[in-house]
Design a protein around this ligand. Structure first.
Ligand code: KIV
Length: 251
Protein backbone atom coordinates (compact mmCIF):
# COMPACT_ATOMS: atom_id res chain seq x y z
CA UNK A 1 0.00 0.00 0.00
CA UNK A 2 1.34 3.42 -0.95
CA UNK A 3 1.83 5.87 1.88
CA UNK A 4 1.88 8.87 -0.45
CA UNK A 5 -1.34 10.81 -0.90
CA UNK A 6 -2.20 10.89 -4.60
CA UNK A 7 -2.79 14.40 -5.87
CA UNK A 8 -4.33 15.74 -9.04
CA UNK A 9 -0.84 16.79 -10.16
CA UNK A 10 0.39 13.22 -9.74
CA UNK A 11 -2.45 11.91 -11.93
CA UNK A 12 -1.67 14.59 -14.51
CA UNK A 13 1.99 13.51 -14.57
CA UNK A 14 0.91 9.91 -15.18
CA UNK A 15 0.13 10.80 -18.82
CA UNK A 16 1.65 8.09 -21.01
CA UNK A 17 1.71 5.55 -18.19
CA UNK A 18 -0.96 2.98 -17.49
CA UNK A 19 -3.28 4.50 -14.90
CA UNK A 20 -5.57 1.95 -13.22
CA UNK A 21 -8.82 3.47 -11.96
CA UNK A 22 -11.88 1.76 -10.46
CA UNK A 23 -15.21 2.66 -8.90
CA UNK A 24 -16.11 2.29 -5.22
CA UNK A 25 -19.42 3.09 -3.60
CA UNK A 26 -18.68 2.21 0.01
CA UNK A 27 -16.05 1.99 2.73
CA UNK A 28 -14.80 -1.60 2.26
CA UNK A 29 -14.34 -1.34 -1.49
CA UNK A 30 -12.60 2.04 -1.24
CA UNK A 31 -10.32 0.59 1.44
CA UNK A 32 -9.55 -2.56 -0.60
CA UNK A 33 -8.79 -0.63 -3.79
CA UNK A 34 -6.60 1.72 -1.81
CA UNK A 35 -4.69 -1.13 -0.17
CA UNK A 36 -3.98 -2.51 -3.66
CA UNK A 37 -2.62 0.88 -4.72
CA UNK A 38 -5.26 2.01 -7.19
CA UNK A 39 -4.40 5.72 -7.57
CA UNK A 40 -7.80 7.00 -8.70
CA UNK A 41 -11.08 5.87 -7.15
CA UNK A 42 -14.38 7.11 -8.54
CA UNK A 43 -17.66 7.15 -6.67
CA UNK A 44 -19.49 6.83 -9.97
CA UNK A 45 -23.16 7.40 -10.54
CA UNK A 46 -23.07 3.87 -11.99
CA UNK A 47 -23.99 3.11 -8.38
CA UNK A 48 -27.54 3.81 -9.58
CA UNK A 49 -27.59 0.52 -11.46
CA UNK A 50 -25.12 -1.72 -9.66
CA UNK A 51 -26.04 -0.79 -6.09
CA UNK A 52 -29.39 1.01 -6.03
CA UNK A 53 -31.25 -1.01 -8.65
CA UNK A 54 -32.23 1.85 -10.97
CA UNK A 55 -32.43 1.18 -14.71
CA UNK A 56 -29.87 3.90 -15.53
CA UNK A 57 -27.92 6.77 -13.96
CA UNK A 58 -30.58 9.42 -14.59
CA UNK A 59 -32.35 8.44 -11.35
CA UNK A 60 -29.39 9.06 -9.05
CA UNK A 61 -29.78 12.07 -6.77
CA UNK A 62 -27.18 14.33 -5.26
CA UNK A 63 -28.20 13.14 -1.78
CA UNK A 64 -27.51 9.54 -2.84
CA UNK A 65 -24.12 10.54 -4.23
CA UNK A 66 -23.26 12.38 -1.01
CA UNK A 67 -24.22 9.33 1.06
CA UNK A 68 -21.92 7.03 -0.93
CA UNK A 69 -19.09 9.57 -1.16
CA UNK A 70 -19.16 9.86 2.66
CA UNK A 71 -18.91 6.06 2.98
CA UNK A 72 -15.98 5.80 0.53
CA UNK A 73 -14.22 8.82 2.06
CA UNK A 74 -14.29 7.17 5.52
CA UNK A 75 -11.66 4.78 4.11
CA UNK A 76 -9.36 7.85 3.99
CA UNK A 77 -7.76 6.57 0.79
CA UNK A 78 -4.31 7.56 -0.37
CA UNK A 79 -5.94 7.39 -3.79
CA UNK A 80 -7.50 10.49 -5.25
CA UNK A 81 -11.24 10.19 -4.55
CA UNK A 82 -13.40 11.61 -7.34
CA UNK A 83 -17.19 11.67 -7.47
CA UNK A 84 -19.81 12.10 -10.17
CA UNK A 85 -22.05 15.11 -10.31
CA UNK A 86 -25.35 13.34 -10.95
CA UNK A 87 -28.00 13.95 -13.61
CA UNK A 88 -29.19 17.54 -13.91
CA UNK A 89 -27.04 18.71 -10.99
CA UNK A 90 -24.81 20.94 -13.16
CA UNK A 91 -27.22 22.52 -15.60
CA UNK A 92 -26.19 26.06 -14.63
CA UNK A 93 -22.89 27.51 -13.45
CA UNK A 94 -24.44 28.21 -10.03
CA UNK A 95 -25.83 24.70 -9.51
CA UNK A 96 -22.59 23.14 -10.78
CA UNK A 97 -20.50 25.00 -8.19
CA UNK A 98 -22.95 24.56 -5.29
CA UNK A 99 -23.34 20.83 -5.97
CA UNK A 100 -19.62 20.24 -6.58
CA UNK A 101 -18.99 21.89 -3.18
CA UNK A 102 -21.53 19.53 -1.60
CA UNK A 103 -19.65 16.50 -2.97
CA UNK A 104 -16.39 17.97 -1.66
CA UNK A 105 -17.98 18.55 1.75
CA UNK A 106 -18.96 14.85 1.68
CA UNK A 107 -15.31 13.89 1.09
CA UNK A 108 -14.69 14.00 -2.67
CA UNK A 109 -11.38 15.49 -3.78
CA UNK A 110 -12.43 15.98 -7.40
CA UNK A 111 -15.70 15.95 -9.33
CA UNK A 112 -16.64 14.55 -12.72
CA UNK A 113 -19.33 15.79 -15.08
CA UNK A 114 -20.38 14.50 -18.49
CA UNK A 115 -20.03 16.59 -21.62
CA UNK A 116 -17.70 18.83 -23.60
CA UNK A 117 -17.99 22.42 -24.80
CA UNK A 118 -21.66 22.57 -23.73
CA UNK A 119 -20.59 22.36 -20.06
CA UNK A 120 -17.39 24.38 -20.39
CA UNK A 121 -18.63 27.35 -18.35
CA UNK A 122 -19.65 24.95 -15.56
CA UNK A 123 -16.27 23.16 -15.70
CA UNK A 124 -14.41 26.50 -15.59
CA UNK A 125 -16.49 27.69 -12.63
CA UNK A 126 -15.88 24.45 -10.70
CA UNK A 127 -12.13 24.75 -11.33
CA UNK A 128 -12.20 28.46 -10.40
CA UNK A 129 -13.82 27.44 -7.10
CA UNK A 130 -10.70 25.34 -6.44
CA UNK A 131 -12.28 21.95 -7.13
CA UNK A 132 -10.34 19.59 -9.43
CA UNK A 133 -12.39 18.59 -12.47
CA UNK A 134 -12.42 15.24 -14.29
CA UNK A 135 -14.02 15.33 -17.76
CA UNK A 136 -16.15 12.58 -19.32
CA UNK A 137 -16.55 12.35 -23.12
CA UNK A 138 -17.80 9.79 -25.62
CA UNK A 139 -20.88 7.88 -24.64
CA UNK A 140 -22.50 9.85 -21.84
CA UNK A 141 -24.63 7.55 -19.66
CA UNK A 142 -26.69 10.46 -18.31
CA UNK A 143 -27.96 11.00 -21.91
CA UNK A 144 -29.03 7.38 -22.41
CA UNK A 145 -32.73 8.27 -22.56
CA UNK A 146 -32.24 11.06 -25.16
CA UNK A 147 -29.94 8.84 -27.23
CA UNK A 148 -32.01 5.66 -26.90
CA UNK A 149 -29.15 3.45 -25.72
CA UNK A 150 -25.41 3.20 -25.19
CA UNK A 151 -23.69 3.82 -28.53
CA UNK A 152 -20.03 3.96 -29.54
CA UNK A 153 -18.88 7.53 -30.33
CA UNK A 154 -16.20 8.86 -32.68
CA UNK A 155 -16.67 6.49 -35.61
CA UNK A 156 -17.60 9.31 -38.02
CA UNK A 157 -15.08 12.04 -38.90
CA UNK A 158 -17.49 14.72 -37.68
CA UNK A 159 -17.90 12.95 -34.34
CA UNK A 160 -14.15 12.44 -34.01
CA UNK A 161 -13.48 16.11 -34.69
CA UNK A 162 -16.13 17.17 -32.19
CA UNK A 163 -14.65 14.86 -29.54
CA UNK A 164 -11.19 16.30 -30.13
CA UNK A 165 -12.45 19.88 -29.88
CA UNK A 166 -14.31 19.00 -26.65
CA UNK A 167 -11.22 17.31 -25.20
CA UNK A 168 -8.98 20.24 -26.08
CA UNK A 169 -11.45 22.73 -24.60
CA UNK A 170 -11.71 20.77 -21.32
CA UNK A 171 -7.93 20.37 -21.10
CA UNK A 172 -7.46 24.10 -21.69
CA UNK A 173 -10.10 24.89 -19.07
CA UNK A 174 -7.96 22.97 -16.54
CA UNK A 175 -9.50 19.46 -16.34
CA UNK A 176 -6.83 17.16 -14.88
CA UNK A 177 -7.87 14.06 -16.87
CA UNK A 178 -10.62 12.82 -19.17
CA UNK A 179 -12.71 9.68 -19.05
CA UNK A 180 -13.37 8.36 -22.58
CA UNK A 181 -16.36 6.03 -22.56
CA UNK A 182 -17.15 3.83 -25.58
CA UNK A 183 -15.02 5.92 -27.94
CA UNK A 184 -14.04 4.21 -31.21
CA UNK A 185 -10.47 2.91 -30.85
CA UNK A 186 -8.79 5.10 -33.55
CA UNK A 187 -10.49 8.22 -32.16
CA UNK A 188 -9.43 7.36 -28.59
CA UNK A 189 -5.86 6.84 -29.79
CA UNK A 190 -5.76 10.14 -31.70
CA UNK A 191 -7.27 12.06 -28.84
CA UNK A 192 -4.82 10.53 -26.35
CA UNK A 193 -1.91 11.58 -28.55
CA UNK A 194 -3.19 15.11 -29.07
CA UNK A 195 -4.24 16.27 -25.63
CA UNK A 196 -1.81 17.07 -22.81
CA UNK A 197 -3.80 15.46 -19.97
CA UNK A 198 -4.34 11.74 -19.33
CA UNK A 199 -7.21 9.94 -21.00
CA UNK A 200 -8.75 7.13 -18.99
CA UNK A 201 -10.75 4.78 -21.16
CA UNK A 202 -13.70 2.52 -20.54
CA UNK A 203 -14.57 0.39 -23.56
CA UNK A 204 -12.33 2.66 -25.65
CA UNK A 205 -9.45 0.31 -26.41
CA UNK A 206 -5.89 -0.07 -25.14
CA UNK A 207 -4.39 3.21 -26.33
CA UNK A 208 -5.73 5.47 -23.59
CA UNK A 209 -3.37 6.57 -20.82
CA UNK A 210 -5.38 4.65 -18.25
CA UNK A 211 -8.32 2.31 -17.87
CA UNK A 212 -11.34 2.54 -15.59
CA UNK A 213 -13.98 -0.09 -14.91
CA UNK A 214 -17.06 -0.38 -12.79
CA UNK A 215 -15.62 -2.62 -10.09
CA UNK A 216 -18.74 -4.79 -9.82
CA UNK A 217 -18.30 -5.65 -13.54
CA UNK A 218 -14.71 -6.67 -12.93
CA UNK A 219 -15.56 -8.83 -9.92
CA UNK A 220 -18.88 -10.25 -11.08
CA UNK A 221 -20.91 -9.00 -8.12
CA UNK A 222 -23.62 -7.69 -10.45
CA UNK A 223 -24.03 -10.74 -12.69
CA UNK A 224 -27.29 -9.71 -14.35
CA UNK A 225 -25.56 -7.40 -16.81
CA UNK A 226 -21.92 -7.18 -17.89
CA UNK A 227 -20.87 -4.77 -20.67
CA UNK A 228 -19.44 -6.53 -23.75
CA UNK A 229 -16.00 -4.94 -23.35
CA UNK A 230 -15.50 -6.24 -19.79
CA UNK A 231 -13.78 -9.53 -19.05
CA UNK A 232 -14.74 -10.28 -15.43
CA UNK A 233 -11.75 -11.51 -13.43
CA UNK A 234 -13.95 -13.17 -10.82
CA UNK A 235 -17.49 -14.54 -10.76
CA UNK A 236 -18.05 -13.43 -7.21
CA UNK A 237 -21.83 -13.85 -7.42
CA UNK A 238 -21.41 -17.60 -8.07
CA UNK A 239 -19.07 -17.93 -5.11
CA UNK A 240 -21.44 -15.95 -2.90
CA UNK A 241 -24.39 -18.12 -3.96
CA UNK A 242 -22.40 -21.28 -3.23
CA UNK A 243 -21.30 -20.01 0.21
CA UNK A 244 -24.85 -19.01 1.15
CA UNK A 245 -26.28 -22.35 -0.08
CA UNK A 246 -23.67 -24.18 1.99
CA UNK A 247 -24.53 -22.14 5.08
CA UNK A 248 -28.28 -22.63 4.51
CA UNK A 249 -27.82 -26.39 4.41
CA UNK A 250 -25.62 -26.34 7.50
CA UNK A 251 -28.13 -24.79 9.92
O1 KIV B 1 -20.39 6.19 -13.18
C1 KIV B 1 -19.34 5.59 -13.43
O2 KIV B 1 -19.00 4.59 -12.81
C2 KIV B 1 -18.50 6.13 -14.48
C3 KIV B 1 -17.43 5.24 -14.99
C4 KIV B 1 -18.03 4.20 -15.84
C5 KIV B 1 -16.38 5.99 -15.72
O3 KIV B 1 -18.71 7.20 -14.95
Amino acid sequence: MSTTKVTVEMIRRMKGRKIPALTAYDYPMAKLLDEIGIPLILVGDSLGMVVLGYPDTTHVTLAEMEHHVRAAARAQPHALLAADLPYKSYETVESAVVNAKRLVAAGAEAVKAEGGREILTQARAIIAAGIPFLGHLGMLPQRVREEGGYHVKGKLTSEREALLADAQALAQAGAFALILELVALPAAKELTQKIPIPTIGIGSGPDCDGQILVTTDLLGTFPWFTPKFVKPRLNAADQMRAAIEEWKKSI
